[in-house]
Design a protein around this ligand. Sequence first.
Ligand SMILES: [Zn+2]
Length: 252
Amino acid sequence: MKNVETRGLVLFSRHYREQDKLVKIFTERFGKRMFFVKNAGNSRFASSLQNFTQLELLGTINDDGLSFISDISEARPYQLINADIFAQAYASYLVGLADVALPDNHYDAPLYGFLMKSLDLIEEQIDMVVVTFIFELQIMSRFGAQLDFGQCVFCHRQDLPMDFSYQFNGCLCRHHFDADMKRSHLDPNVIFLCHSFMAMDLEKLPSINLSDDMKKKIRVFIDALYDHYIGIQIKAKKFIDGLDGWADIMKG
Ligand SMILES: [Zn+2]
């Protein structure tokens, strides 16, 4: 049992018994922890414990069992993410991925920072589709998929248009397209952009303007990578896939 101070993001909460709540918080210093909040409805913390709220908390962290909050000094809800159905769907998906990528009670401040920065960008209305591509590509290595979109797996050339090969778990330049009869036949710009996204620092994100057509192509490719290498289902992702149709209708 330790008395500690840490920043954190409320991932979700659920009722426990009549009056109490269990609140899962991704803390910066101690990873994801389940906190027990007694009499949650009457608690002075009640309003700070909504989903998508960043907070600064004082509490007791227990490595076995539940943790406890003794004080919350600052709480900042993500306003847009809480209010906008599209922003909320994308943010839920990123939170879901981070949740699956990291076992409970494991320290991972870099992942915490990466998730917060991604949510900040969605909140600032930076293109959430692009933020999501960057997040999905960069978090893949935490699931054990280390892919390099920067060079041909055979000759290591970096200057030619590339295609992706699942057989060789990497890219092929046009001199080596023949090595895999089932290569992906991608638009080379898809690989080029995925390579850029993989290396991109969210702190210095340049403004990126992608056509809807290019976004669709990248979406299809990343979905295929996730199916092949990762194989997890995040509920919010299905919802996003369904939203695409609605977005088109609303634009039209
Ligand atoms: Zn090659």
